[in-house]
Design a protein around this ligand. Sequence first.
Ligand SMILES: CC(C)(COP(=O)(O)OP(=O)(O)OC[C@H]1O[C@@H](n2cnc3c(N)ncnc32)[C@H](O)[C@@H]1OP(=O)(O)O)[C@@H](O)C(=O)NCCC(=O)NCCS
Length: 161
Amino acid sequence: MFEIRPAQVSDLKRLHEIEVECFGAEGVTPQQLNWILEKQGENPVIFISVATDPEKSDQVKDLLGFICWKSQTIENGQHFEILDLGVSKLYRREGVAQELIMYLLARAKAEKFLGIVVYLSEGNPPARALYEKLGFQTQRVMKAYYQDGTNALLMVLATSA
Ligand SMILES: CC(C)(COP(=O)(O)OP(=O)(O)OC[C@H]1O[C@@H](n2cnc3c(N)ncnc32)[C@H](O)[C@@H]1OP(=O)(O)O)[C@@H](O)C(=O)NCCC(=O)NCCS
């Protein structure tokens, strides 16, 4: 249904639009996004993948959402850590985020990683529902992790699950 491909520098404007839609002024800046796009695969290894709709003509304009992640050693095992995930408001509840996470899970399995982790605000029920639907389990609650006092959940999905 959707196509998933590595993000390119030419996606920067649309990526940042989606970031602002999702996180407002607290989101990642264009400069930070540009740095990640230019350094993808280098050290530190951070990647961004984007979901597009192949049935639409303008691939950049029709970028639906993205996932940003890096490799991380957690409790003696290699994991992918989701750093950022966002879907344009126009395309929510169509399975885009689910597809992006399933793509990352397939990569984690292929690279024999132990799983995927994400630190998530307890004040984000839609994202929590998404991760729980896909089988992520809360491994730890970090009290007052964010500046406003909100807790963070460390959620984990094992590749063997
Ligand atoms: C959270 C977010 C990424 C979900 O993207 P999405 O593409 O709309 O999610 P999907 O369509 O793949 O949803 C898959 C499942 O997640 C759950 N879900 C997603 N959005 C939900 C919502 N608003 N309320 C309740 N459950 C939700 C549902 O179980 C859904 O399955 P269903 O539609 O069959 O019921 C999107 O709302 C977003 O970009 N939010 C702002 C940024 C953010 O919070 N990112 C996550 C931080 S790591």
